[in-house]
Write a protein of this length. Structure first.
Length: 291
């Protein structure tokens, strides 16, 4: 594995992402139009690992992160290269670094259109599409069907109550990341017959708020678990990333959250999307990097 690479215009070196100032990472994401605030970067650094590509005087030309979920699975994200180095092999070199460090793990990521060919060439297989629904919420949330069960807030120190449910939907243990999210998120759960059958989180992110993860067993449950957050966000920018193309997606569109763009879920190793009717699934992603 090369710890340095010479591109057409630069010689770049791999450094631990924690060794550079947050302001440089923020500037990197701004350079490609991504909405991450310094606080969003701080959270991602607290739950993941990563590298940056820097030149001899410390300028950052790229980043790549991975987020371990247990001992044998990780998600990859924040793979960014500056516009000046995007066509010079910087992205492939960064991914080679990540793959070497994640050897032995099954992997998943959400690819932009620009990066899809690169990931495909590295052995990642397509599994599905993620629709990025976003916009400014209207003052009143759209009507929804009657809900069977009760929605209530969950305290951050009670996350153990949703551990089994989340593991069943996500396919891996990501409680360490959920604990990090819970530090700034509001959490709502759906109880039916005394048992928790769904949950959702909402937290500040980017231009406003992101609702996710959202875990439920039906569109209607997912709608109510999302609406409970939307009810308090009138006039604010909201984002929900989902693979749903059914009633849940229709509900988001009716609330002024059209699908602005898409990314492609890809995996290397075991397949990660194994949805079965009536079983809990991830209706809303925690984020592109976390899944």
């Amino acid at each position: 594995m090369q710890d340095a690479v010479r591109l057409k215009s630069f010689e770049l070196f791999a450094r631990d992402i924690g060794s550079v100032d947050i302001s440089l990472l923020h500037a990197l994401s701004i350079s490609v139009g991504w909405p991450h605030r310094p606080k969003d970067w701080e959270f991602l650094l607290s739950v993941g690992e990563g590298i940056v590509a820097v030149d001899g005087i410390g300028r950052v030309f790229g980043s790549a992160m991975w987020f371990p979920h247990g001992d044998d699975f990780a998600t990859i994200g924040l793979v960014i290269t500056t516009p000046r180095t995007q066509a010079q092999g910087n992205g492939r070199w960064l991914m080679d670094q990540v793959l070497a460090r994640c050897a032995g793990r099954d992997l998943a990521l959400n690819s932009t259109r620009a990066a899809y060919i690169l990931y495909h060439s590295l052995g990642f297989a397509t599994e599905g599409q993620v629709y990025m629904h976003q916009g400014v919420m209207p003052p009143v949330t759209a009507a929804r069907l009657v809900l069977k069960g009760d929605i209530e807030a969950l305290a951050p120190d009670a996350l153990a109550e949703i551990a089994a449910l989340d593991h069943a939907a996500f396919g891996a243990d990501r409680m360490a990341h959920l604990k990090g999210l819970a530090e700034t998120a509001s959490i709502q759960v759906l109880r039916r017959g005394g048992a928790i059958v769904g949950y959702s989180m909402c937290r500040p992110f980017g231009r406003g708020h992101v609702i996710g993860p959202i875990v439920a067993s039906s569109d209607n449950d997912a709608i109510h678990l999302t609406a409970v957050h939307l009810d308090g966000l009138g006039g604010q920018f909201v984002r929900v990333d989902t693979r749903s193309e059914g009633a849940f997606a229709d509900f988001l569109r009716r609330n002024g959250l059209p699908a602005a763009e898409t990314v492609t879920t890809m995996s290397k190793g075991r397949r990660i999307l194994t949805e079965r009717p009536g079983e809990p699934i991830v209706f809303g992603l925690a984020g592109h990097a976390l899944g």
